[in-house]
Design a protein. Sequence first.
Length: 598
Amino acid sequence: MAIISQETIDQVNQSSDIVSVVGEYVQLEQRGASWWGCCPFHSEKTPSFSVTPDRNMYYCFGCHEGGNVVKFVMEMEKMKFPEAVTFLAKKANIEMKFESGGGDNLQREVDNTKDLYIDLYNRVAGSFHYLLVQTAEGKFALDYIRKRGLSMETIEKFKLGYAPQDRFWLKRFLKSKNFGDDFLAKSGLFSEKYPDAAFFSDRLMFPIFDRRGQVVAFSGRFLRGDAEKSPKYINSRDLIQFKKGETLFAFNFAKTAIHSQKKVIICEGQMDCIAYHQCGVQYAVAPGGTALTESQVKIVKGYAKTVYLSLDSDAAGQAATFKAIVLCRSLGLEVRVIRIEGGKDPAEVMNKFGAEKLVEAVEKASADNEYLLSSLSKKYGISTPEGKAAVAMDFFLYVDCIQSEIEKTTNLERLGEFLSVPLDSIKKDFSNHLRSAKPVQQKRQAEPGTGAQVLRKDAEVKLILACITDTKNFAFLRGELTENDFESLSAKELFKILEDCFEQGCLTQEKILACCDNGEYMRIVAEAISSDEFSGDMEKFVKDGVSFIKRRSLEKQRTFLSDEMKKYNTNSSEGQMIVRELFARKLEIDRKLNGKVR
């Protein structure tokens, strides 16, 4: 069993540049010794998320998420602990060292299954690409995308490919490369019903890359045959290396431009996205086979301030645009909507009119509120009171998700102007809308499992946290108390973490954070280090806390002895002897309690 050594874990925590790592996901600005940005874990416009390189930790004063560089990567990349350590080790050119063992070390066990499937998908993508650009079999697919206006440079960049008509070719090919049946059966490349038949056949193949540029999935476009019997696109299912709702097509190519220009275009599909890139608009991405999700918006939220939506103009596309506007706005992003003219989609506009027309469409993008007023008025009509009311009700959903009260008021004023309705009437209806929506929100908040379990900071936990914020106090604490003196399970666990660090001769905040396997412990430790809660006289606080726990322990012993004395019959000599002994012990405790417990 391959287990990552503690030496490697410590080296990763100490050597990883947390500002650089976090900066790949969040726009950071330096203020004094810390770096600040908008939190990637919750919606906000005013930065409350801090990164402190001296302590190698991050903490959000808004949602209270915090931890070290490994935890940050685990949260952002949805990785397990060993994956995050391996990822950071590669980034920092740290040699991975392993040890044998089990038990408490299971959290370090390396499972390379995900890497093996990523390697498989990269190999298959290379084969599909070769079949597209180098073989007669793939020539018709190559001719198709060349006629759609894609250059060979673009085809190479996106590694487009062709899955052959022979559904059994891929299995034979991979078996010849020594891939096993069980491994291939779980790869997502083959039919679940017919395991020797490829899932993709006779289709133009779009590799789906992760943010590091590794192929993790595919989308296949129908090209010929009976269109009524074959869906236009089929996509990889969720896999160990791929989660559809947490991946954005072309983000690996777009992230640098998104970061530098602080904006992102979200397209309907892969061809639209590729068209934007070929036209020089490098900050375009696409959900790919799924409606836009909160996880996907959060991917770009750390880089961009404004989202440009480039979705279809039909009824389904308009509904998707409305949902996307509300989602992006609720996460604190500004939104504009691109209107495509002269073609049914960006790829057709590029092919017909060239890059200039598509770039012009981006530059003329509408503000989201004006787009909504226009589209809703066409949907319901505003010539009747009923139509105006319907427009207002939908528009209220948009206003409700805006975080700025000034923007909310401005949009209600704009709605009143657009509908020729007095502002007082608009505000009254909006208030009624909020009242009707509130019970639903309260019900959702009350439902089991809707909120995170937060560790309660009782007196014992606070005592341990005080020793973490000022570690020199722990030597006194451990000299007076043991793990068994604590009643709180959380305090016991935190005490053990500090004790382990102390015995290793490395009682530092960085080391303590690195030893917090439990995410909630890491969060509460990070909060204690970053906040002012423990900024007073911690030496006195710890001494008072120790006195309280020792007194409580003595009181519990006294109660126990009193209860024990009642159990014995003092009419017998044996009972009298036992009671005298118990009474003597109780008197000793009374003397300690009446004095000053130290």
